[in-house]
Ligand binder design. Structure first.
Ligand code: NAP
Length: 485
């Protein structure tokens, strides 16, 4: 069988693998050893992107009127193929973006749970009925697919994020163009291969491997694309929102975060430290839900720091494909530079490094799990998204200061509190300006709950759970009178 990751047929448009001729091959390097090229892709350009738009437009009418339960059968068929390819999908993700294999396996396995959830949603796309105030009248709302959509995804969850958009879109009756990040398109290529095998009608699903600035921009601005479901940085998300607003296209934006864990009067410091270190250093801190600051009441600062340091130092850093690794490299040069920039701020008076703080290899993008303490709530280290293995500790004098520090960033994705006091747990839940709140629990989410952010972390319907249907469908209110009674 042809390997679509190693030849030029990287994009899948209108049921055909495309031999793009518009650019030089793009080489993805192993973040754990940048001397190695792990895959090459010939990226698509404007011509291929416009062909994909024409394909989703052509395919939409028939797909939208296919019964939702029939659409879901393709998802069940995909799940059957997926089970046998979990290891391949996981290895592909790890080799391109660097996270430990155990994390990629868990991402690929969880994909089955989420795909099953969404296939079952096909029978729940109905809406509500209402009592009418008029005689012989029934009133109800229905949901209809919004049209062809673009799904634009980042490299940090290269398996689940594309599926979290493509599967609900298909079940809801939208046709889709998926544009994954060029850094890690491999899992999306495998998704496309499997969707080809299950014989999804041509044009219903299309894959464009190409750079965001060129092909992403074309998709966002195109009047035939009814909605853009985007996951990525706030900067790019807001730019997409501005372009989409000009033509009132729908957006679902899942963007950056600067998630805090507050520790306030909590007796089980060891439990808090374990949960926080996991939430901080999984995927080398490159998850939108990573905890990147701990806000702690001063009385518990020393005890918490000692436990955080112990757990951080236990983490085994190594190549993602090494079964023993618990933390891989950061994913690319840009991430490395960003981490080094914030560490230099720490060294120049913004905090004290209590563990880590160094790049640990020149061949790969390895950086030690790092904890910086005594950071002011308004320091760039405490307010800007670092997206790397750097946890900052912000000591505060009381609970009020903790809430204010928690809310003191432009982001509002997720937040956590560790406390024994019911009034703190309740107050924090109600006052945290974030789309998700965790009590005595790290910031990981579950595959059937709505997932999204407030402020500059999100816009539009929450994703992952059943709320995605609010994005992929439009609501229509129907009044039906039968004058004959
Ligand atoms: P990014 O740079 O914003 O890129 C995300 C996607 O947008 C990529 O496919 C990128 O393409 C594309 N893109 C770039 N410029 C574009 C443009 N002008 N128009 C249309 N598309 C464009 O983000 P990233 O570095 O891949 O991912 C890290 C960020 O994602 C972090 O900020 C993280 O917090 C966020 N994130 C958020 C969530 C969430 O659910 N809230 C989840 C995961 C990650 P190319 O890269 O191929 O050029």
């Amino acid at each position: 069988m042809k390997d679509n990751r190693q030849n030029h047929n990287s994009s899948f448009i209108d049921g055909v693998w495309i031999d793009s001729s518009s650019s030089e091959p793009f080489a993805v390097r192993d973040p754990g050893d940048t001397r190695k090229v792990v895959a090459t892709y010939l990226t698509a350009g404007e011509e291929e992107t416009l062909n994909a738009v024409a394909a989703v437009k052509r395919a939409f009418g028939a797909w939208a009127t296919t019964p939702a339960s029939d659409r879901a059968q393709y998802v069940y068929a995909l799940i059957d193929l997926w089970r046998d390819r979990i290891e391949e999908v996981a290895r592909t993700a790890t080799s391109e973006m660097g996270k430990p294999l155990r994390e990629s396996r868990s991402e690929a396995t969880r994909a089955i749970v989420e795909m099953r959830y969404w296939a079952a949603e096909a029978l729940h796309l109905g809406d509500r009925t209402f009592e009418s105030t008029r005689p012989n009248t029934v009133a109800y709302t229905i949901r209809q697919p919004i049209g062809p959509v673009a799904a634009i995804t980042p490299w940090n969850f290269p398996i689940l994020t594309p599926l979290r958009k493509v599967i609900p879109a298909l079940v809801c009756g939208c046709t889709v163009i998926l544009k994954p990040a060029v850094q890690a398109p491999g899992p999306s290529v495998l998704i496309a291969e499997m969707l080809e095998k299950v014989q999804l009608p041509k044009g219903v699903f299309n894959l464009i491997v190409g750079s965001g600035r060129s092909v992403g921009g074309i998709l966002t601005a195109n009047p035939d694309i009814a909605g853009i479901s985007f996951t990525g940085s706030t900067q790019v998300g807001l730019a997409i929102e501005r372009v989409a607003a000009d033509r009132n296209a729908k957006v679902q934006l899942e963007m950056g975060g600067k998630n805090a864990a507050v520790v306030a009067d909590y007796s089980n410091i060891d439990h808090a430290a374990k949960e926080i270190v996991n939430a901080a250093f999984t995927t080398s801190g490159q998850r939108c839900t990573s905890v990147s600051r701990v806000i702690v009441l001063k009385e518990q600062q020393k005890e918490l720091e000692a436990a955080l340091k112990r757990y951080a130092e236990e983490r085994k850093v190594g190549h993602g494909l090494d079964e023993e690794s618990e933390m891989g490299p950061v994913s690319n040069d840009e991430q490395m530079e960003k981490v080094e920039h914030y560490i230099s701020l720490a060294r120049n008076g913004e905090g004290h490094i209590i563990t880590g703080g160094h790049r640990s290899s020149e061949e790969g993008y390895y950086f030690e799990p790092t904890i910086v303490t005594d950071v002011r709530p308004d320091s760039p280290l405490a307010t800007e998204e670092i997206f790397g293995p750097v946890l900052t500790v912000v000591p505060v004098k009381d609970f009020e200061e903790a809430v204010s520090a928690n809310n003191g960033t432009v982001y509002g994705l997720t937040s956590a509190i560790f406390t024994d006091r019911m009034e703190f747990a309740h107050q924090f839940t109600m006052r945290s300006e974030a789309g998700m709140v965790h009590v005595n629990h790290g910031t990981s989410s579950e595959g059937h709950l709505p997932f999204g952010g407030w402020k500059q972390s999100g816009q539009g319907a929450f994703g992952i759970g059943d709320t995605s249907k609010e994005f992929f469908t439009n609501l229509k209110a129907v009044y039906r009178m039968n004058p004959a009674g």
